[in-house]
Design a protein around this ligand. Structure first.
Ligand code: FES
Length: 75
């Protein structure tokens, strides 16, 4: 086994080129939920692939993910 744990790394909204580690402090400072974050930053509001990661980030404080989360169809 060689480096498979690092094969997956999700740490940003690609559509908005914004790292989760930048988004989390903003969300905490303003008390944003996912809908607020999407409205204020545009992250999660385009292709939506980062949305499940944003949701988990808000729940757990994680900003780097090493697993693929299932895309959400809607909020
Ligand atoms: S990757 Fe975040 S909206 Fe597309």
């Amino acid at each position: 086994m060689t480096g498979r744990a690092d094969a997956v790394r999700v740490d940003r909204c690609i559509c908005r080129s914004t790292l989760f580690e930048v988004l989390l402090p903003r969300a905490k400072a303003h008390g944003w939920d996912l809908a607020d974050l999407m409205r204020e930053t545009g992250c999660g509001a385009q292709c939506g692939l980062c949305r499940p990661y944003l949701r988990r980030m808000l729940q757990t404080g994680e900003t780097v993910f090493h697993e693929l989360l299932t895309p959400e169809i809607s909020l």
